[in-house]
Design a protein around this ligand. Structure first.
Ligand code: ZN
Length: 111
């Protein structure tokens, strides 16, 4: 039997688009939930908050992808605003360097 807190959490996950799986949990025979591409058992997996669950499902490449987009956005705004070519090239180089390091990090994570 799930605790009141766990039941509330399950309800919240369902509200956010989680789905109940047809197969029961192999460990306890209880309900299994699929959320953001991950399946878990509210009974066996020690998940106490939605943040915890989302933190687990968000993989590092996603974070890096976000940083990647932010850097590109920043670079674009600098290119638009700055008229001094020399300054632009220095800034652009810095951003491109950051992107290069980021890409290396992404490749490492994929392996
Ligand atoms: Zn279970």
């Amino acid at each position: 039997m799930l605790s009141k807190e766990k039941r509330a959490l399950v309800a919240e996950i369902m509200r956010r688009g989680g789905t109940l799986l047809a197969e029961p949990c192999p460990k306890c025979g209880g309900i299994m939930i699929k959320y953001k591409g991950k399946t878990f058992c509210p009974n066996c997996d020690n998940i106490n908050s939605l943040e915890e669950l989302e933190g687990k499902t968000e993989s590092k490449p996603t974070d890096l992808q976000e940083i990647n987009e932010l850097i590109l956005k920043r670079l674009l705004s600098v290119l638009k605003q700055q008229t001094d070519d020399e300054k632009v090239s220095i800034v652009a180089l810095n951003y491109l360097n950051a992107l290069k390091i980021l890409k290396e990090m992404q490749t490492k994570n994929e392996r």
